[in-house]
Design a protein around this ligand. Structure first.
Ligand code: F0G
Length: 461
């Protein structure tokens, strides 16, 4: 156990590099204007350190690259599909696998199969695509996360927890038969990569079973959640990550996964369930929207690399320790410098509290989007707005959803950047913070109807 006290240094060395470009401030000012002040619309060539997302941006291992060569591209019954089935079964514990092109493909199928017009779908905070598919299927999302999750200053360690009182109140109000399932996200992305405790997940599953509501996990970042449980929950310190992950999944009837995160691949995802009948119905939809049931949305080689990534992520505990360790390192630097960020620091990124950093910008002038643009101009570091723009509009009233959290996400890709890149990022955030009075608000010049954050354009107020 002696090694545990050492630094989080990476359990790998670098075999191949991809050059990135350091640009001038003048070039970045032109680029952000061209991009309508939306970091999603920047060309990656104009970005120095890309912290837009940890999704599909991981570096694969030499073993994964090797697997690409042995992919079986048969239309039906490919060997690579069965390798993936085995990997998901061995590591996550689900029997039935429906492979999709990425996470939202799985969300689409699950939502269409289970949600009817007028249903309610409780969840521990929303995720953009997840809620989109729930609403598109006729459901209404109801947030049942604990209040601490909406408070950037709360140091509660389990901000991902389901508030069982809120859930029970919903069941009492609308009845369990109007609730097709509860959508439980591990390491809640929009809350700042915040974990739920095993005790809370167990209790949620116990209650839901008693009233006949299935628990469907969004297990996209379940590995990172398992790490927080190992570090902080009583009784788990000596349990291997692989075991903890299996236990998490044991408290669910199924899961949607975007494999572009924990699973260390650049594309792919899946729906996994235990119920054979549900799986049969999912496969019927899969062939219409994704592809045949033995490849869904993926090439054979992608399924090979994914099967390997799933095994690699839990092969030893060192991978996740270094992954989250790097995130904690950046967060720690910013905390030491007095920058308002979401605490505790989460698993996949550091979330700047734009409302606290830019109190002079009203929420309707998009403080998080403005801060994201300012950070890019300062250093070429690309973050992502996770505030009012991402929250979108209420379908019924047409007004903005007004989230309590107005954040800039600095998301760390897995196995990609070095400690020095984290240092540069921290230096830039501190620089922008010191000149924050010079950052002004934004207004829309183009606002898409759906998932507006991806393609919206702005200009300075
Ligand atoms: N669920 C969660 C919790 C996610 O973070 C994402 C994607 C999805 C589902 C959808 O998966 O992208 O493979 O279709 N999150 C990315 C992000 C986009 O940047 O956080 P997908």
């Amino acid at each position: 156990m002696g090694e545990r006290r050492r630094s989080w240094a990476e359990p790998y060395k670098i075999k191949m590099v991809e050059p990135i470009r350091m640009t001038t401030r003048e070039a970045r000012e032109a680029a952000i204007q061209e991009a309508g002040y939306n970091s999603f619309l920047l060309r990656s060539e104009d970005v120095y350190i890309d912290l837009l997302t940890d999704s599909g941006t991981s570096a694969m291992s030499d073993r994964q690259w090797g697997k690409l060569m042995v992919g079986d591209e048969a239309y039906a019954g490919a060997r690579s599909f069965y390798r993936l089935v085995d990997a998901v079964h061995d590591i996550y514990g689900y029997e039935e696998l429906i492979p999709t092109h990425q996470g939202r493909g799985a969300e689409h199928i699950l939502s269409q199969l289970l949600i009817s017009e007028g249903d309610f779908v409780p969840g521990n905070m929303y995720f953009t695509t997840t809620r989109y598919h729930q609403e598109a299927a006729g459901g209404t999302f109801v947030d049942v996360i604990v209040d601490e999750a909406h408070d950037p200053t709360s140091l509660f360690p389990w901000k991902g927890n389901v508030d069982l009182d809120k859930l029970k109140a919903l069941v009492d109000e609308v009845g369990a038969d109007r609730i097709p399932y509860i959508s439980v996200e591990t390491n809640v992305n929009m809350a700042g990569g915040q974990p739920m405790s095993m005790a809370n997940l167990r209790a949620t599953h116990e209650y839901c079973s008693s009233v006949g509501i299935p628990v469907m996990l969004d297990a996209t970042r379940a590995l990172e959640n398992a790490f927080f449980i190992q570090q902080g929950e009583e009784g788990y310190a000596d349990r291997p990550i692989a075991e903890i992950l299996r236990e998490i999944c044991s408290y669910s009837e199924g899961a949607t996964v975007s494999s572009k995160k924990d699973n260390l691949v650049n594309i792919g995802g899946f729906l996994a369930v235990r119920d054979e009948d549900l799986a049969r119905r999912a496969r019927a939809m899969l062939v219409a929207f994704e592809g045949l049931h033995t490849y869904g949305g993926m090439a054979g080689r992608d399924m090979e690399a994914l099967a390997e990534g799933i095994r690699e992520m839990v092969d030893t505990d060192d991978h996740v320790r270094a992954r989250v360790g790097q995130v904690q390192y950046l967060g720690g630097k910013l905390i030491d410098a007095g920058i308002p960020i979401i605490r505790p620091v989460g698993g996949h990124g550091v979330f700047l509290d734009a409302a606290a950093i830019l109190p002079h910008i009203p929420q309707d002038e998009f403080p998080a989007a403005a801060l994201t643009a300012a950070l890019y101009v300062d250093s070429g570091v690309r973050g992502m707005e996770r505030g009012i723009v991402s929250a979108g509009r209420d379908r019924a009233t047409g007004d903005h959803h007004r989230p309590k959290l107005e954040l800039v996400r600095l998301t760390i890709p897995r196995r990609v950047y070095t400690q020095a890149h984290m240092d540069v990022t921290a230096e830039s955030v501190i620089e922008v913070f010191e000149h924050r009075d010079q950052v002004g608000g934004l207004r829309f010049t183009y606002e898409p109807d759906e998932l507006r954050f991806f393609q919206a354009r702005f200009e300075p107020v």
